[in-house]
Design a protein around this ligand. Structure first.
Ligand code: WTA
Length: 659
């Protein structure tokens, strides 16, 4: 793949230049949960032990796993409940008074502290309420909320009843929401009136209303009152959360945790692929829970007194695995923050770290680069000495940002773990272990113990040290996806067709002389904007859906803060030239179809798109244009002059709609 080659060349340079090394500090290493011997452990022994120790079973499993490529099953024969593991058992063990979440609303005066007992009370009452509405084992439920405690409470209530959920990120549009609810055939929706974001309000219920018009399977919706601004409640369909739970018992016995089979569906989470239709990634119960709890314990070196903050949104997989299920299973105290990092000011995060004495912070490179842009003075206003470990996820981190994070946030003291994984993998798979690994800024270093990751070339041969190619996984792992919901063919095609019986991750990677992995970004038509996956085709479909658009091609270009920014090339019907108004209209249109995160940063109007003789749009050339590079090979183009013309237009319109 041509652009793979380019990023790889860039990466070779990065690796050559990056010679800084950070061995684990001695005092960290000596007390770390993961010691060097962990890498010698036997695959079966490791996961059998983790399975027994990390979770509590109603009935023990009798077979560790079964691998019939491309489908795996784990902990066969076992029975357990996720909510029991995340909530009830901690209360039963006498840890009910321990804080589960410190929550801060975006408006500064709103704070809540929920202990594990509080969490149990809330979950039981809400689960009883859901039960009254008719939710039971196997009922598919959609959740569309902001970052409020009721979001994990809703997820846990579903798992208590054995009802699989799909959480839809609150930044997605009504259409995205209804698309997901229809695919899963959801029967209930849990939402809220409005969310707070950047000092403004997000009309969640209004979006939900629009979505519900297109989602005939949904019978009822539950609405949490957050801002109090009265949405229109539809008689017979919508019920208030607070009215639903009124008078419901909070006695755990009144709503026992449903014993679930290890392989029962836990949730679907939709993610972008190389077509316009998001994929419903399937995660089941036991393997997922063991996988996330185990990785959380070792990688973040979790101790009973840890105060851990993963500053992602629960609506993404990072939030599912490392705000809700992993940490709660481990009985960890966490922080949950509703809003943006710069509200009301750019030091908000650091005030939170100081207030709760956060010792572990896990976030995305794009956030780190924003803080970097705002300057270190905001962090300097606060005492961050409680921090002992930092983590990143979601996209490759450039060494400068890594170093900045360590120096200005970690006091040049804390290890930084760069963790690679995906919605599909469920759990972290390539990562340093903070007490063991010598860190290299920009490298995710080594596969987690027992994980068999490798880099393959186009022909499927393993690439040795110093080489680059495609990241693959050759052995199953407990939290791996169990398929794409209702789409076996797409599952096989997407992940298992490039190489036989080997999982193809869709990422480019290099291995250095020490065997450390350097992730290079996507090799398919998926963009990574602020750590969020968006497919080029999804945005193109949204654009051509507009009545004035004849054709559209979308690509990502490098962006210093968001990693990639979306650039669209659009030709309008009837040879129309385009205008600034049209540009804004199209950006809004994409926001309505998918969500604001997918809104192109720039749109270039062009009478024609560069195509090969077989009619395929040449995105590589568009990427060259949008990144102002010398153009690559244009000889396969049907009409090579087209791209020159686009180039001129792009340059004359450069920056027209940059944010
Ligand atoms: C990218 C997020 C480099 C990668 C957990 C992957 C990374 C996609 C890293 C998955 C990392 C994630 N270094 N790239 N540490 N972590 N990625 O499904 O391209 O939202 O395929 O899961 O993010 O994104 P997803």
């Amino acid at each position: 793949m041509a652009d793979g080659v380019e990023t790889q060349q860039h990466a070779i340079e990065t690796i050559l230049l990056e010679e800084r090394r950070y061995p684990p500090p001695e005092d960290f290493a000596s007390q770390a949960n993961a010691q060097p011997e962990i890498y010698d452990r036997d695959f079966d022994e490791f996961w059998e032990t983790e399975g027994r120790e990390r979770v509590t079973w109603f009935e023990p499993f009798d077979q560790l796993y079964e691998w019939e490529p491309p489908y795996a099953k784990w902990y066969l024969g076992g029975k357990l409940n996720v909510c029991f593991n995340c909530v009830d058992r901690h209360v039963e063990a006498g840890n009910g008074d321990k804080v589960a979440y410190y929550w801060e609303g975006e408006p500064e005066d709103e704070r809540r502290e929920l202990t594990f007992s509080d969490l149990q009370v809330e979950v039981v009452r809400f689960a009883n309420g859901l039960k009254k509405l008719g939710v039971k084992k196997g009922t598919p439920v959609a959740i569309y909320m902001g970052m409020v405690p009721e979001l994990p409470i809703a997820m846990l209530a579903c798992t208590r009843l054995g009802a699989p959920h799909t959480v839809v990120f609150g930044g997605f549009s009504a259409e995205s929401l209804s698309g997901r609810m229809n695919d899963m055939e959801c029967e209930y929706l849990i939402t809220q009136d409005e969310g707070w974001r950047n000092g403004g309000k997000v009309p969640l219920k209004q979006n939900a209303d629009e979505a519900l018009e297109q989602s005939p399977t949904v019978k009822q919706s539950v609405v949490l009152r957050r801002t109090g601004e009265g949405p229109v409640m539809k008689e017979g369909r919508d019920v208030w959360w607070h009215e639903l739970v009124e008078g419901e018992s909070d006695d755990p016995q009144s709503c026992p945790c449903e014993p679930m089979d290890s392989e029962d569906l836990l949730y679907l989470l939709y993610t972008s692929g190389t077509t316009a239709k998001p994929k419903g990634i399937v995660h089941t119960t036991a393997g997922y829970l063991v996988g996330v709890a185990s990785t959380h314990y070792y990688i973040f070196d979790i101790k009973p007194q840890s105060v851990y903050w993963c500053a992602a949104d629960v609506g993404w997989v990072t939030g599912h695995s490392y705000i809700v299920y992993g940490p709660l299973c481990n009985g960890t105290t966490g922080v949950l923050y509703e809003g943006v990092p710069n509200y009301p000011d750019k030091d908000r995060w650091w005030a939170i770290v100081e207030r709760y004495k956060v010792d572990t912070l896990y976030t995305a490179p794009t956030a780190i680069r924003s803080h970097m842009k705002w300057g270190p003075e905001h962090a300097e206003k606060h005492d961050l000495s409680s921090l002992r470990l930092l983590g990143t996820v979601g996209e490759p981190i450039n060494p400068e940002a890594w170093i900045w994070y360590r120096e200005h946030i970690g006091g040049d003291r804390t290890p930084v773990v760069d963790t690679w994984w995906q919605t599909e993998t469920g759990m972290i798979l390539i990562t340093p272990l903070p007490g063991v690994t010598t860190l290299k800024p920009g490298s995710a270093t080594k596969p987690f113990p027992t994980v068999d990751a490798a880099v393959y070339d186009e022909q499927g041969s393993e690439v040795g040290p110093g080489g680059g190619g495609y990241l693959v996984l050759r052995r199953p792992w407990p939290a791996m996806l169990r398929g794409i919901y209702n789409d076996d063919e797409r599952y096989r095609e997407t992940y298992w067709s490039k190489y036989e019986d080997v999982y193809f991750a869709g990422d480019g990677a290099r291995i250095d002389e020490d065997g450390d992995f350097w992730l290079l970004g996507r090799v398919d038509d998926v963009m990574n904007v602020s750590g969020h996956r968006i497919s080029t085709i999804e945005v193109e479909s949204a654009l051509v859906d507009h009545q004035k658009v004849a054709e559209a091609a979308v690509c990502g270009r490098a962006d210093p803060t968001t990693g990639q920014a979306i650039v669209a090339f659009v030709s309008l019907k009837g040879g129309d030239e385009g205008s600034v108004e049209m540009l804004e209209e199209l950006r809004d249109h994409v926001a309505t179809k998918i969500g604001k995160i997918a809104r192109p940063a720039n749109i270039v109007f062009t009478p024609e798109l560069p195509k090969t003789r077989s009619g395929k749009i040449m995105r590589r050339l568009l990427r060259d244009v949008s990144e102002h590079r010398k153009l690559g090979d244009t000889t396969t183009l049907a009409d090579p002059t087209v791209v020159e013309e686009i180039k001129e237009r792009a340059e004359s319109e450069k920056g027209a709609a940059e944010e």
